[in-house]
Design a protein around this ligand. Structure first.
Ligand code: AMP
Length: 185
């Protein structure tokens, strides 16, 4: 795969799980901005310190903290055969930034996958997952932020003819099969 895949979809829709499976099968990196930020917090870096309060509240971290991170990550050698983005872009400004960046580094986002899962199933899944930011209040806020800022990317990518909607409310193995077929078609 010389092309990238972007996962859209609300928190808890399975982006991380499916991203890891696909990345392993395709031997490309799974790039999760959420994981990178959690690592920065664990490492007590300046980025981690700045990001933490936003993440604890379920808000998006300001774009200026994320854009350099993603530029640097996508420019690393291991992305030359492709990549899977999980959690980026999260708003239209980030998507526009990514489009420009990909042009300059000669990559392309070939597929954008929207994993569709009903809200009540999401809340249930996230409460079971039990990450630091998986409290009921924060989950509710993250879903609102998704609707306000990230869901507009569905039409953004639809207009580019790149959107694939996948029913994420089924067994992970079923979702993985659908995605595998998509990228090998
Ligand atoms: P995630 O692991 O993708 O659910 O992300 C966890 C948290 O990290 C989010 O609730 C945001 O606070 C922050 N985050 C992750 N990716 C981004 C991004 N692309 N832009 C802004 N904030 C992000």
């Amino acid at each position: 795969m010389k092309n990238g895949l972007i996962f859209l979809g609300p928190p808890g829709s399975g982006k991380g799980t499916q991203g890891q499976v696909l990345a392993k099968n395709l031997q490309v990196p799974h790039i999760s901005t959420g994981d990178m930020l959690r690592q920065a917090i664990a490492d007590k870096t300046a980025l981690g310190e700045q990001a933490q309060s936003y993440m604890d509240k379920g808000e998006l971290v300001p774009d200026n903290l994320i854009l350099d991170l993603i530029r640097e990550r996508l420019s690393q050698d291991d992305t030359k055969n492709g990549w899977i983005l999980d959690g980026f872009p999260r708003n239209v400004a980030q998507a526009e930034f990514l489009d420009k960046l990909l042009l300059t580094i000669n990559h392309q986002a070939k597929w954008t996958v929207n994993l569709e899962v009903p809200d009540d199933a999401i809340v249930e899944r996230l409460l079971l997952r039990g990450r630091n930011d998986d409290t009921e209040v924060t989950i509710r806020r993250r879903l609102e932020v998704y609707e306000e800022q990230t869901a507009p990317l569905i039409s953004y990518y639809q207009e580019q003819g790149k959107l694939h909607s996948v029913d994420g409310h089924q067994a992970p193995e079923e979702v993985a099969n659908i995605l595998q077929d998509l990228v090998t078609a």
